[in-house]
Ligand binder design. Structure first.
Ligand code: FAD
Length: 327
């Protein structure tokens, strides 16, 4: 078992940002990441472009240089590698946290590779690991994808894109331009009004001209190997289909949070219990950081507007340590 001042769970932008704050405060910390460095971003669509400018994504005083104002996934991965190297951040990769046991005012954190004890813990596990499911028959078929990678595999295929937010519109456009036959099933009566201003006219015009077929006020009823059945106000419709791309968003890993002992209200938006100022949870000295703090409201917090979380948490940890030392 190894002892630290602080364990940070998750090596995404938020975990790395918290590690920089811990470095600045000279805390003995470790980041435990279940996959590769910035694992969620590594699994983002290969050709994706961030909606934030690189300037607003920069961390730890290291300039984020990109070819255009908005960086690509590839540029972001380069940037996170550079941050890790420049700050010499202490990150253990491919170590998934499974358990956290309170012991004598500290916490024992267990992964399949080791045990770590610390008086303070930051949970920065994001929301990209748990897709928001359609919960319809056939969703477990291999042709149904909740993550989108690259358009090439969909060339010449009949695709159903479910959803009408940024990711769904991006995927519909990219697969259409690369030669897929694209249909969209949209629960609402229009494309999500907050779709980015440089995407929305393009998708609306493709729908208007009929090159992408969109069914509004429509739900997926069930998915069969060669078809999909949709339900709208007009009734049921079965269409031929090769792949379903369910771009319906993602949720925090509530199962993990509950296993770690974090209290979560049953009613939506299921924001894990935490203090809005210090970010401390119901467990003393256990903090939440990053997009996780918004629960199911996953478009409310992002990298851009949570970059202060690391400093806020570390200031609280230092303040508490000072109080203990002066008593
Ligand atoms: C397609 C897309 C585009 C986006 N574009 C932008 C944008 O332009 N600007 C912006 O500000 N935000 C954007 N966001 C939102 C934001 O980038 C992401 O949500 C971001 O990854 C959040 O950072 P995070 O570190 O909080 O979470 P994540 O990046 O999800 O990092 C969490 C990390 O925790 C790890 N982890 C999970 N469970 C465990 C465990 N049990 N043990 C150890 N490690 C674990 C994961 O592997 C992951 O690496 C976008 C999101 C998506 C999906």
């Amino acid at each position: 078992m190894e002892c630290f001042d602080l364990v940070i769970i998750g090596g995404g932008p938020t975990g790395l940002n918290c590690a920089i704050s811990a470095e600045k405060a000279r805390l003995n910390y470790i980041v435990l990441e279940k996959g590769a460095l910035a694992n969620s971003i590594y699994h983002f669509p290969v050709n994706m472009t961030f909606f934030s400018t690189s300037q607003l994504l920069a961390l730890g005083g290291i300039p984020f240089i990109s070819h255009t104002d908005k960086p690509t996934r590839r540029e972001a991965l380069e940037y996170y590698r550079r941050i890790w190297q420049s700050w010499n951040l202490k990150v253990r990769l491919y170590e998934e946290v499974e358990k956290m046991i309170p012991i004598d005012n500290e916490y024992l954190i267990q992964t399949p590779k080791g045990s770590y004890q610390a008086p303070a813990v930051i949970i920065a596990t994001g929301y990209y690991d748990t897709p928001r499911l359609l919960n319809v028959p056939g969703e477990n078929l291999l042709k149904v994808k909740h993550y989108y990678d690259d358009a090439h595999i969909y060339v010449g295929q009949k695709i159903l894109v479910v959803g009408a937010a940024n990711s769904a519109c991006d995927v519909a456009l990219e697969t259409f331009y690369k030669g897929a036959e694209v249909t969209m099933a949209i629960r609402e009566s229009e494309i999500y009004p907050k779709v980015k201003y440089w995407i929305r006219p393009n998708i609306e015009n493709r729908i208007k001209e009929g090159s992408i077929k969109a069914y509004f006020n429509t739900f997926v009823k069930d998915i069969q190997p060669k078809t999909v059945t949709l339900v709208s106000q007009e009734g049921e419709l079965t269409i031929e289909n090769d792949f379903v791309l369910a771009m319906t968003g993602y949720l925090p890993n509530y199962n993990l949070l509950e296993r770690l002992g974090i209290e979560i209200p049953a009613e939506e938006p299921r924001i894990p219990i935490h203090d809005a100022d210090t970010l401390e949870t119901n467990l003393p000295n256990v903090y939440l950081a990053g997009v996780l703090c918004a629960g199911m409201q996953t478009s409310k917090l992002f990298i851009e507007n949570t970059r202060d979380h690391g400093d806020r948490i570390i200031q609280n940890i230092l303040k508490k340590r000072e109080l203990v030392e002066t008593n």
